[in-house]
Design a protein around this ligand. Structure first.
Ligand SMILES: NC(=O)C1=CN([C@@H]2O[C@H](COP(=O)(O)OP(=O)(O)OC[C@H]3O[C@@H](n4cnc5c(N)ncnc54)[C@H](OP(=O)(O)O)[C@@H]3O)[C@@H](O)[C@H]2O)[C@@H](O)CC1
Ligand SMILES: Nc1ncnc2c1ncn2[C@@H]1O[C@H](COP(=O)(O)OP(=O)(O)O)[C@@H](O)[C@H]1O
Length: 497
């Protein structure tokens, strides 16, 4: 897992590295600038293009000055630096790099007022005005300048973080910072990049190593971790010699209704392909033919209005909700399962039933896994106007109820009862189609059946679900839920030891 750091912690890592490694502050800045330029040149190899570099007077601006120098040395002839002189203060490394630049042949203009700023002819803009030192929203001259830069409609590369964008904390819809084409950020992604609101600030981001002490960075106390493939490879267990279907658990999927049988089929199919030893689908009578015809490996437990799950302990995992439908019978079914006090996987309509019964929320068995998307989450725990607040609620509720909340999104947040948030990096917009969540539920059920802890099952499931979608999207515009369900097994095979 990559530990994600706040801006303050990044500054500490910077100080620690300078104090403990044989590298001076100005050289660390040079390393950061080099790392930026490497990615920049890979994206923009036509050195005939003209580049305007906007530099504030802090360390972000210092990076910008060093970048100007490096681009000149890499064949870019048409570079112009705009020094934003709105503040008297300047950082020491900015001052050193400004002197170096003055001694070079680089063109430089000082902007004292946003009104000094004339139409810029450059093909590309590099934004190094303000970085992670941002301490309040942009206003006055800065806001005006940024507005004018955005109005140029040029391709903007931001250094470390778009000017005006908070690297962590609440993001609002009235964002007035730089709109970047790409942000090349240092050592770790910014926590804010994982929130949907970040699309207002940058189309994409790329992280570059700048030589900060990795050990120090990794050991920082954090609430946020980014899951990596190597974590998944560590958690996944191989199929053992002499194992049999009983070894890998029995999963029960309570799902589907007359018009939503597909949800039950998708969950069951995903459960099957993720390796549960046995899968039973608890579906209405009307779905039996469909189930038998499409998923012969799955057993059926016909569901009617009087259905109770006899002996729930015979299942190692019970998932409830996809396409279930909301009714008094289903409410009673959910309540009776809660009474058995076994951890459940709770999705879709089972979540919607809970949002009508706040008293039942208090009775969710510990270690259960809830898989809400944004709307289901807000129905359960109240409206949120931004994702930061929503995630704080998810974190608090996971701790309070001792459950795992899988808050689904492009980057899904897995919130654990220990207060940590594990961010899933896989998945893509080709997966934005109905049924994809049903597949995720089936995958989680299969991992729980195979005796992974609730937290590990959720982390594993989100990763392989997204990874399968990513692989399929290589040559597809859209990826369907059944395609993902069928391909999971192949993807797991590439990651299992
Ligand atoms: N840490 C690392 O690992 C490394 C970091 N590096 C680089 O350093 C960057 C961080 O640099 P930094 O700390 O000097 O701050 P930066 O963003 O340049 O801001 C400067 C000053 O602007 C001001 N200011 C803030 N908000 C404002 C507002 N809304 N409107 C107006 N003014 C505002 C504020 O001054 P104050 O308000 O306190 O007077 C602040 O001090 C980082 O993004 C990366 O590029 C690399 O070089 C090497 C490794
Ligand atoms: N743009 C996207 N990028 C990555 N994953 C996505 C994207 N859109 C949807 N997904 C994934 O697909 C699933 C959608 O779940 P959900 O909204 O419950 O779907 P449904 O109810 O239709 O089955 C989630 O796991 C989500 O992470």
């Amino acid at each position: 897992m990559q530990t994600l750091l706040t801006s303050t912690q990044m500054r500490l890592a910077d100080e620690f590295t300078i104090a403990n490694k044989p590298i001076a502050s100005i050289d660390l800045m040079e390393t950061a600038a080099r790392a930026f330029v490497k990615v920049f040149l890979r994206n923009e190899f036509d050195t005939n293009k003209s580049v305007a570099i906007f530099c504030g007077k802090g360390n972000n601006g210092g990076d910008g000055l060093a970048i100007a120098h490096l681009l000149l040395n890499n064949g870019y002839e048409n570079i112009k630096v705009y020094v934003i002189n709105f503040s008297k203060k300047k950082s020491a490394d900015f001052a050193i790099n400004l002197q170096r630049l003055d001694e070079s042949r680089c063109k430089k203009v000082v902007i004292d007022r946003a009104t000094d700023f004339k139409n810029i002819k450059a093909d590309i803009i590099i934004d190094a005005i303000l970085g992670s030192g941002l301490n309040k929203a942009l206003e006055g001259e800065y806001a005006e300048l940024v507005k004018q830069i955005n109005n140029l409609n040029k391709k903007v590369y931001s250094v470390d973080v778009p000017t005006g964008f908070f690297a962590e904390g609440r993001l609002t819809a009235d964002y007035n910072g730089i709109v970047a084409y790409k942000t090349i950020c240092f050592q770790r992604p910014k926590i804010s990049f994982f929130f949907p609101e970040s699309k207002l600030a940058t189309k994409s981001y790329e992280v570059v190593e700048i030589g900060l002490d990795e050990d120090f960075v990794q050991k920082q106390e954090s609430e946020f971790y980014l899951v990596e493939k190597k974590d998944i490879e560590k958690i996944l267990k191989p199929r053992e010699n002499f194992s049999h279907k009983g070894t890998y658990g029995h999963a029960l999927i309570i799902a589907g209704n007359s018009n939503t049988m597909g949800a039950a089929l998708l969950s069951s199919m995903a459960c099957l392909h993720t390796g549960a030893g046995l899968t039973t689908a608890c579906i209405p009578q009307s779905g039996l033919i469909a189930l038998n015809a499409t998923l012969p490996e799955v057993m059926a437990l016909p569901r009617d209005e009087y259905t109770r799950i006899e002996n729930p302990t015979k299942y190692q995992a019970i998932a409830i909700g996809p396409g279930l439908g909301i009714s008094a019978e289903h409410e009673r079914l959910l309540e009776s399962l809660f009474a058995a006090n076994l951890p459940l996987i709770i999705d879709a309509d089972a979540l919607n039933i809970l949002s009508e019964r706040p008293d039942l929320i208090e009775k969710i068995p510990e270690q259960s896994i809830l898989t809400p998307h944004m709307k289901e989450f807000d129905r359960l725990f109240g409206e949120h106007s931004n994702w930061w607040d929503r995630l704080q609620t998810a974190k608090n509720q996971s701790v309070r109820l001792k459950i795992v909340i899988v808050l689904k999104n492009q980057y899904t947040f897995v919130c654990s009862p220990n207060g940590k948030v594990y961010i899933n990096p896989t998945g893509n917009p080709a997966m934005a189609q109905g049924g994809m969540g049903d597949v995720l539920t089936g995958i989680i059920a299969a991992f729980v059946a195979q005796k992974y802890s609730s937290l590990n099952a959720a982390i594993l499931a989100c990763f392989v679900h997204g990874q399968t979608g990513d692989q399929l999207a290589d040559d597809k515009f859209v990826v369907t839920a059944s395609q993902v369900a069928k391909e999971i097994s192949g993807v797991i095979k590439t990651m299992v030891p």
